[in-house]
Design a protein. Structure first.
Length: 114
């Protein structure tokens, strides 16, 4: 991770969305937009292909009427764990590591708040 300017932008946008406890106000529509951005940013990055299935599943849950909060909580927890694993991977690059760890914590916090 970290070789794609779109990935970098999505990481910044996602961290901004979840920063300072504002995650309580994240709507399903905002979540879907973030997921769509991540799916586009990750296109062709084999290092993080394993996240795509979880992101697509989360996208589906956010589109459901009503959204299934326990399933969303589970998927967010899974994404937090996988993000932490990417941050700690041997091929993680410099500044990305810290930002990915922040993202993992933000995802975990959001998951815990559901």
């Amino acid at each position: 991770m970290g070789t794609n300017i779109l990935e970098e932008r999505m990481l910044e946008d996602t961290l901004t969305t979840f920063r300072d406890g504002h995650q309580q106000g994240v709507t399903p529509a905002q979540g879907i937009m973030l997921i769509d951005g991540w799916l586009q940013a990750m296109e062709g990055d084999p290092n993080i292909d394993h996240l795509k299935d979880d992101l697509n599943a989360l996208r589906g849950e956010l589109q459901a009427t009503p959204p299934n909060a326990p399933q969303i909580k589970s998927l967010m927890g899974t994404l937090a764990t996988k993000t932490q694993q990417v941050a700690e991977a041997p091929n993680s690059e410099g500044t990305w590591t810290g930002s990915l760890e922040l993202l993992s914590k933000a995802l975990r916090s959001f998951s815990d708040s559901l």
